[in-house]
Design a binder for this molecule. Structure first.
Ligand code: PLP
Length: 367
């Protein structure tokens, strides 16, 4: 079954004898005690089962676990490690998960942040307690590219798990499990949801091992699970994921080229550009370069803010992956400890007509 077909059918498990074409929402929190039946909605629910089945298919894994947010999904991986574990994480990573490692897991695990664009930097910090390499590629917000296969070969020699945050790439363009990773993580708030109206997260495992049992235990017992309505909406959204991604990647490529040649733009970070240092690695592991890009507006933070304020079709808001274009000056969202350049603008390129997007950007950048 190809991905487009799985997207439409694998998240639609109909058990109702009336055979509706679309799986109904099961709101009941509890179920009649009987052999092999569901018990309680925190442990499992028919809509969540359908979503997890769908996500496992899309990422070529054996099983999936859905969470109430991307952060809850990432946290479940960190919580499933033995206390005292050492984690290697990227120097450019989603700031909320970085904050978990630095602030919430302080005293439980230790972390080394390294530039993963060079896998040698990972090998250099590995020690006997290293249990996890956390990868994010393309990374947020600098769109850095790490070589998943190379990282996995470093890890597998030493029996270290590799988990990959695949939010920016989506399962349409990159499948880390096929490149050797053990776990894939998604913020389904982003492209999977695709309409900026669902908060969610997910993990997919390559195989059903002891570590995955711990993850499922954290999901069920920690209880950060998504609601039946949210899981239903996600299954509905994912039906169009492949087609939305075709539009996002086409528009992002056009805007990246446009920005690259603009005199008011100092730099563009988009792995689809030949000038991007990770272009070749990205081309080898991704089937499309995604819909996210960042760029530096010439000047200071104020100059970047001025450009953003003149835009009509881009909403100045955080988050990404929706049909509407979103733009923000990233350092302002990340707060005072941000390492992101103050004039960096992050852009989630939407599905409006690309001519409108270019024209609007053109009038905002000026000459
Ligand atoms: C948004 C995001 C997260 C966190 O997901 P939430 O759903 O906001 O909790 C994690 N990683 C990346 C790359 C993200 O963009």
């Amino acid at each position: 079954m190809k991905q487009e077909t799985a997207a439409i059918h694998a998240g639609n498990i109909v058990t109702d004898s009336n055979k509706p074409a679309v799986q109904p929402i099961t709101t009941s929190t509890t179920f009649l005690h009987q052999e092999d039946s569901l018990v309680y909605s925190r442990a499992n629910n028919p809509n969540r089962m359908a979503l997890e089945n769908l996500l496992a298919k899309l990422e070529f894994g054996e099983d999936a676990a859905a969470f109430s947010s991307g952060n809850a999904a990432g946290m479940a991986v960190f919580q499933s490690l033995e206390p005292g574990s050492h984690i290697v994480a990227p120097d450019d990573m989603y700031h909320g998960l970085r904050a978990q490692l630095v602030q919430m897991f302080q005293g439980i695990h230790s972390v080394s942040f390294v530039d993963m664009t060079n896998p040698d930097n990972i090998a250099a910090v590995i020690k006997p307690e290293t249990k996890l390499i956390w990868v994010e590629t393309p990374s947020n917000p600098l769109l850095k590219i790490s070589d998943i296969k190379k990282i996995c070969s470093i890890a597998s020699e030493r029996k270290i798990k590799v988990a990959c945050d695949n939010t920016f790439a989506t399962p349409v363009f990159q499948n880390p499990l096929l490149l050797g990773a053990d776990i894939v993580m998604h913020s389904s708030t982003k492209y999977l949801g695709g309409h900026s109206d669902i908060l969610g997260g997910a993990l997919v495992t390559k195989k059903m091992d002891e570590f995955w049992e711990k993850v499922k235990f954290v999901q069920k017992t920690g209880g950060a699970v998504p609601s039946p309505f949210d899981t239903y909406l996600l299954c509905r959204s994912i039906k169009t994921l492949s087609y939305r991604m075709k539009g996002h990647v086409e528009h992002a490529g056009i805007l990246a080229e446009y920005l690259f040649h603009h005199p008011q733009v100092e730099a563009v970070y988009y792995p689809g550009l030949k000038s991007h240092p990770g272009h070749e690695v990205a081309a080898s592991q991704m089937s499309g370069f995604g819909g996210m890009l960042s760029f530096l507006v010439k000047g200071e933070a104020d100059d970047a803010d001025r450009v953003i304020s003149k835009l009509k079709y881009y909403t100045n808001a955080t988050s990404l992956g929706g049909v509407e274009s979103l733009i923000e000056r990233r350092a302002a969202s990340e707060g005072p400890d941000s390492k992101t350049p103050p004039n960096l603008v992050r852009l989630s390129v939407g599905l409006e007509h690309v001519d409108d997007l270019v024209e609007d950007m053109d009038q905002a950048l000026g000459k």
